[in-house]
Design a protein around this ligand. Structure first.
Ligand code: M6R
Length: 354
């Protein structure tokens, strides 16, 4: 997992290579597609990438977009519609639920399109049209580099459909490098509320739960960060859209529950500041994830600061910090146990049964 996290500058470079020329996106497989609506389908991490894709498609190209987990889509009635582009996201290209969704979308007469890391996989073959991620083999069960390359590809597709300037995308690999070279996450793990956390033995006080919050494009980031932590550290975590916490989850806040607030969004500084206050006023230890040029007011326990970047790139950088967080916490937690972080209990890399 660690190796794959640190490969991200290169995997993103490969996702972009040949597809971005003079600030414009050139992707032959999406030329001549002009959808009225987009439907994105995936599972787990790939579904989270799809949620971020919805934000990109609607914000950059103005195309109405829905996202659904394959396992839900497969068993409900879906009204027929004209000119729908169905995008299937799958690292392996072999996920049974997603393949079933593709067959259902074919019956509905939708245009089929796959984003996958596996050349010649079932989804790539069945869709006939798509984009390869070229992220390199991902061995760890917990997906990391494939999420960020899926997100980058969705961003490029949104720029293509929206005829938007895309030069900032070429800077992503360097920005990721900067994030990976920093100490933010090691410092954060050292300073968490359960201060002696896993320092010298599993019998010490342990971190029991982490809450992740995010608005808009940062909500999928919160979901993905939460999934990573659960998978590799077996620590319970929840993710909520920031505005929802006052509708119930605030009851969970205690001084032993770190609340990670993804807030690297220029246009939402005020809203993110008020969420931070809502949590800290109840005694919660808020960790703000923000850009270097931003101010999020209110009492906070710690900050994770990323380089200044375009708002569409910030979710990608934010996720990388918390891939590292999940890994570092898991290493400490499992240090006296014989646990392979790359193969979490009960999970498989590719889920080929429904
Ligand atoms: O191969 P796929 O992207 O279709 O796999 C879907 C999920 O099983 C997968 O993303 C899973 O959630 C991740 N490996 C979790 O890190």
């Amino acid at each position: 997992m660690e190796k794959e996290i640190f490969e991200q500058p290169d995997s993103i470079r490969r996702a972009i290579r040949g597809r971005l020329k003079e600030g414009k996106i050139k992707i032959p497989s999406i030329e001549k597609i002009y959808p009225d609506r987009i439907l994105i389908i995936g599972c787990g991490t790939s579904y989270h990438a799809g949620l971020l894709g919805k934000y990109y498609f609607e914000d950059i190209s103005g195309i109405p977009t829905e996202v659904e987990t394959a396992s839900e889509f497969n068993y409900r009635s879906v009204p027929k519609e004209e000119n729908v582009l169905a995008i299937f996201i799958s690292q392996s290209g072999e996920t049974a639920d997603t393949i079933t969704s593709l067959l259902k979308c074919r019956d509905l007469g939708y245009d089929l399109f796959t984003i996958t890391n596996s050349v010649c996989s079932t989804l790539a073959r069945e869709a006939g049209k798509g984009i390869y991620q070229y992220a390199g083999k991902e061995v760890s069960v917990a997906s990391t580099k494939t999420f960020t390359s899926q997100a980058t590809i969705l961003l490029m597709m949104a720029c293509y459909f929206g005829k938007a300037e895309a030069d900032y995308i070429s800077k992503i690999p360097e920005l990721i490098k900067e994030v990976l070279e920093g100490n933010e996450i090691d410092d954060l793990v050292d300073s968490l509320p359960s201060r002696a956390m896993y320092a010298s033995g599993p019998s010490l006080q342990t971190l029991e739960e982490v809450i992740f919050l995010g608005r808009q494009s940062m909500y999928p980031v919160a979901l993905e960060a939460s999934l990573k932590l659960k998978e590799v550290s077996y620590i319970n975590s929840q993710a909520y859209p920031s505005g929802e916490i006052k509708h119930g989850p605030l009851a969970l806040i205690t001084e032993d529950t770190p609340v990670i607030l993804f807030a690297a969004q220029n246009n939402l500084e005020k809203k993110n500041s008020s969420t931070s206050s809502e949590v800290s006023l109840r005694g919660g230890e808020v960790v703000i994830v923000r850009k270097s040029n931003q101010q999020i007011t209110g009492k906070k326990f710690a900050e994770v600061v990323m380089p200044d970047c375009n708002d569409y790139v910030a979710p990608i950088l934010s996720v990388i910090f918390f891939q590292l967080f999940a890994l570092r916490v898991a290493i400490r937690k499992h240090q006296f146990e014989n646990i392979n972080i790359d193969k979490p209990r009960n999970l498989a890399k590719s889920v080929t049964v429904e």
